[in-house]
Design a protein. Structure first.
Length: 559
């Protein structure tokens, strides 16, 4: 009697065994070739692929050169090669060496390379070429921008990223946040930890707008990413830190200024976007009234003196100064700017960036004076030393443009005296002090014209009556308001300035010597007939440029 053993043939298992056998043979061949070329061998199936290393070479280049970078430690990279004699491989390695990398070469199988290349799908569309510079693929960023037309679009993209693996989401969520800010033309991005979640807000046309909230676990990793990119200390969390990085996008380099501040629940982040396109505004498009523009055109072409703009952060001071410089530039004069940072590159103008670690505004101003300039722009007068040098420059044959932080044009004179400038020479140095604010312009498709309520009409008439000179030929019966049910943010699009200015004349010169208050300066300047910011704003409301509610948000209206 015989025992019959039934053997069941499993095709799937057999195929797996054959596949494993082929893989082992392929790895064995790669190991033998490594010995032939005196290179180390590695099996990438047993190694974690570092996506930071992968992103040093674009996927298309890596596949063409049959190479993959799988590890990085400072400037040393691990390079997996299929063939060290391949001309494209040699060319790629040479490029890495020229970029300052130390390349450790390993021979691998094609299967190992394919495993490494597969990780490109996990690589975000940005990569850091050096500390503080974030290069973003034009195609990817433009793709995201094309998908974003509203706050809801940004929220949907971020929510989608939050569903990805934790190891993949951080770089991607950071880049979507940045790309969303660029698409919506945000001036600032705020990340604010609260008790249970972290709130993301964009400042759109000067107003903070909430986008969404997300979890703390993601935020902690995001905070480290921002600190690393901005050159901040990762282990410091009990004191404020400031840093910066830049984004190269198409032909523009967008500066991002980072501020990290300790809070009750965690450190909060504010990223300020300095987009050159946003501040590239022509002199005629600033919103300056005809009455003031004619006088300013004369002042900015004078051979010496000082022109100061003033207002809070984000009121458009730097944009105004850039517009002045572009208006007066010619091949016959030399203009030097000292800025922190350089926000917009002006053709034909020498621009230098102040840095507290390298040199201050005062030191930069001293150096600029040795370059024989005709005009100088100092980004901001912050201290006694800078104020003194700037005033002396204006007295010695240079036209100086700069900014101060005061509430109005009249406040410029007491502020300079507080900074130690001799009151007797202020009037000789200053040509004009300008104050400004930015108002949101209405989107007429989302707004409707209505009769002005009686209470508002009295306020408007009171302001109009205070304007010196001839009565304005302007309607006073109607104004624009957002349509009912329309989100306030959608009712506006873009911004425009409201301005006031005080020119130094005999009346101002006489009173400045008496160490006056800002109120005294305003009273002495009334005879000049220049609109105040309040008057300029009311005129823009009646002209259908903005709403009374928007003006009230920016300026204190009379009762």
């Amino acid at each position: 009697m015989y025992n019959v053993v039934m053997v069941e043939f499993n095709e799937e298992k057999q195929n797996e065994r054959l596949k494993d056998l082929r893989n082992r043979e392929e790895e064995k061949l790669a190991e033998m070739l490594a010995q032939k070329y005196s290179l180390d061998y590695i099996d990438l199936s047993t190694v974690s692929i570092d996506t930071d290393a992968l992103r040093l070479i674009p996927e298309e280049t890596a596949k063409k050169a049959t190479i993959a970078l799988f590890a990085i430690q400072e400037k040393t990279v691990g390079a997996a090669l299929l063939s060290p004699t391949n001309s494209e491989t040699k060319k790629t390695i040479t490029t890495l060496l020229e970029r300052g990398y130390i390349v450790q070469k390993y021979l691998v199988s094609k299967k190992s390379l394919e495993r490494a290349w597969a990780r490109y799908k996990d690589v975000s569309f940005s990569f850091e070429t050096k500390k503080g510079v974030l290069d973003i693929s034009n195609e990817e960023i433009l793709s995201i921008i094309s998908k974003v037309s509203s706050r809801e679009d940004v929220e949907a993209l971020i929510q989608d990223v939050l569903t990805q693996k934790k190891s993949l989401r951080i770089s991607r969520i950071f880049e979507v946040i940045i790309a969303g800010g660029l698409a919506l033309k945000a001036s600032d991005i705020h990340l604010e930890p609260e008790e249970e979640a972290v709130r993301l807000r964009y400042r759109l046309d000067g107003v903070l707008t909430e986008i969404l909230s997300f979890d703390y676990e993601t935020y902690k990793l995001l905070l480290s990413r921002v600190k690393l990119l901005s050159g901040l200390k990762l282990n410091v969390n009990q004191s404020a830190q400031d840093g910066r990085f830049s984004i190269k996008l198409e032909d523009a380099e967008i500066q991002i200024r980072t501020s990290v501040l300790p809070g009750a629940y965690n450190e909060s982040i504010v990223l300020r976007i300095l987009d050159p396109k946003a501040i590239n505004v022509a002199f005629e498009e600033l919103g300056i009234s005809d009455r003031l523009m004619k006088k300013l055109e004369r002042e900015i072409t004078k051979p010496n003196g000082m022109i100061l703009t003033t207002g809070p952060t984000g009121s458009g001071k730097t944009t105004t100064l850039y517009a002045f410089l572009k208006k007066v530039y010619s091949h016959e004069i030399k203009i030097i700017t000292i800025e922190d940072p350089i926000e917009y590159h002006l053709k034909g103008i020498v621009q230098t960036q102040a840095d507290k670690k390298k040199y201050t505004f005062a030191e930069g101003l001293r150096a600029a004076l040795r370059q024989d300039p005709d005009m100088i722009m100092v980004g901001e007068i912050r201290d006694r030393e800078t104020a003194s040098i700037a005033v002396n420059s204006a007295l010695t044959g240079h036209l100086v443009f700069s900014t101060l932080h005061t509430n109005d044009a009249a406040g410029v004179f007491p502020r300079l005296i507080d900074l130690g400038v001799d009151a007797k020479i202020i009037s000789s140095a200053i040509n004009v002090a300008i104050a400004q604010r930015l108002l949101r312009k209405i989107n007429k498709e989302m707004c409707v014209e209505v009769p002005i309520p009686e209470t508002d009409k009295k306020i408007i008439q009171k302001v109009l009556d205070s304007i010196p000179g001839e009565k304005l030929n302007i309607q006073t019966e109607k104004m624009w308001v957002p349509k009912e049910g329309i989100d306030e943010v959608d009712a506006y699009h873009g911004r425009i300035g409201i301005f006031e200015a005080i020119f130094v004349d005999d009346a101002i010169e006489n009173i400045v010597r008496e160490n006056p208050s800002a109120r005294d300066i305003r009273t002495a300047a009334e005879a000049q007939g220049i609109y105040t910011m309040l008057q300029d704003g009311i005129i823009k409301v009646l002209s259908g440029v903005t709403t009374l509610a928007e003006l009230r948000r920016i300026i204190d209206l009379p009762d």
